[in-house]
Design a protein around this ligand. Structure first.
Ligand code: S3P
Length: 450
């Protein structure tokens, strides 16, 4: 990342931006720190005995909301320098004096409900308008089986008041939908249960909780089982402090790399990206589309294999994106839809019902983003078909409504960098929730965003 200019992004809150054709795009940047692992590192450190150091923490609004909540539950969470944080854990979390406001963050609220569940406390969880419209029952249902009591607003939404217990029961649970957030909530609660808790996933989701918790001394692991996996955690565990360096986020890296593919004339390299197969679906699809892409192994960090990825512009071909791959690229469909608009041929994406429960209805919003910019799409209940217009063929000129969704805002801007006419994005404020260095990185690569 060129710089971690959170204040810079905040200063532009609620402002529209315009993205213009930028054939000069090229260069190199470090991947923005991973959001999922940043949340998990703060939460695990916050309940561990002793002082943990976290470096390269993603200082985004979402992660800062989690840090604030962990502080309110009793831990000390302090910034020592840019990206460098010291967390002095509180092994017995306490009832916070005010509601825990998780802002826009589904990961923050669902993981924290699970983490708080194993303590004798009561906490009220709130969020912004987008988070307050999202389903919480999917995480609360298994926690109730373990012994938690929880009241929700109508439809299982926030605000949620949760009363935890130091006498939770261990469960074996198969989530009805593929969700790393639900799995992680159960595993974090299971750290305090009276026995072994298991989560059986028919389709494997990101296993960052399972990879990170053992660094804090937890007896937790995960094993592949065909297309799925089984995670388990032993109960009644105390954690110890750990030092964690946060690796690069494949979901954020997708934006500068997409700019290189659809707009640039040179190479774009993003360094230090997690290549965990449960996060790498987009890059597999890009390979199938014929992207000119080099993936160079770049060591390991926090238990994750990393790579530097270089792309060059070229002709991409439309592909079928099957439902099984969705859990490994669940956040990448808006940007893939944009890339598909610049491909030759048709891209059909199926099995996407979950996209309707994200920060916005991402399925409908991705379709609207493309339609507003002259790209033909077909929107189904759980599918999206994009009729590619070839390199340089996307008309653009449209206004993108971001609906308080950071990934739609960034996707709209990427479309503008390759389209014939300037694209306007109505509100870029939410980009600060996941990728606060976005504008700096894009400017350094030569993107015309004003
Ligand atoms: C996340 C899991 C995914 C993803 C989100 C981060 C995580 O959500 O969309 O951005 O860190 O566990 P679901 O668990 O709802 O699929």
């Amino acid at each position: 990342m060129v710089s971690n200019d959170k204040a810079g992004v905040r200063a532009t809150a609620q402002e529209a931006r315009k993205a213009a054709k930028s054939p000069q795009i090229g260069g190199r940047c470090a991947a923005s720190p991973d959001k999922s692992i940043s949340h998990r590192a703060i939460i695990l450190a916050g309940m561990a005995n002793g002082e943990s150091k976290i470096t390269n923490l993603l200082e985004s609004d979402d992660v800062m909301a989690t840090a604030g909540a962990v502080r309110a539950l009793g831990a000390s969470v302090e910034q020592m320098g840019a990206g460098h944080w010291r967390v002095t854990g509180q092994p017995c979390w306490q009832t916070p004096s005010a509601a825990l406001d998780l802002g826009n963050s589904g990961t923050g609220v669902r993981l924290l409900m699970g983490a708080a569940a194993r303590f004798d406390l009561s906490a009220r969880f709130t969020g912004d308008a987008s988070l307050s419209s999202r389903p919480m029952e999917r995480a609360l249902a298994p926690l109730r089986l373990m012994g938690v009591t929880a009241q929700t607003a109508d439809g299982g939404r926030l605000p949620v008041t949760l009363t935890g217990s130091s006498r939770l029961k261990a469960i074996t649970y198969t989530p009805p939908i593929a969700s790393a957030q639900v799995k992680s909530a159960i595993l974090l609660a299971g750290l305090g249960a009276d026995g072994e808790t298991m989560v059986i996933e028919p389709h494997a989701t990101r296993a960052h909780t399972e990879t990170l918790a053992p660094l804090f001394g937890a007896d937790m692991d995960v094993q592949r089982d065909g297309a799925g996996q089984i995670a388990r955690v032993r109960g009644r565990q105390a954690l110890h402090a750990a030092d964690v360096h946060i690796p690069g986020d494949p979901s954020s890296a997708a934006f500068p790399l997409a700019a290189g593919l659809v707009a640039g004339s040179g190479t774009v390299t993003v360094t230090g990206i997690i290549t965990n197969p449960a996060r790498f679906g987009l890059y597999e699809v890009l390979k199938a589309m014929g992207a000119d892409m080099t993936i160079t192994p770049a060591g390991h960090c926090a238990g994750e294999a990393l790579a530097d990825i270089t792309v060059r512009p070229g002709t991409l071909k439309g592909v079928d994106v099957p439902p099984e791959i969705a859990p490994s690229m669940i956040d990448e469909y808006p940007v893939l839809s944009v890339i598909a608009a610049f491909a030759e041929g048709v891209t059909r994406m199926t099995g996407l019902a979950e996209l309707r429960a994200k920060e916005s209805d991402r399925l409908a919003a991705s379709a609207a983003l493309l339609t507003a910019n002259g790209v033909r799409v077909e929107l189904g209940e759980d599918s999206l078909t994009v009729y590619g217009m070839g390199p340089g063929g996307v008309p653009g000129g449209g206004a993108v409504k971001t609906l308080h969704d950071h990934r739609l805002a960034m996707s709209g801007l990427i479309l503008g960098l390759g389209a014939k006419e300037v694209v306007t994005v109505d509100d870029v404020a939410m980009i600060a929730t996941s990728y606060p260095g976005f504008f700096d990185d894009m400017a350094a690569l030569g993107a015309q965003i004003t």
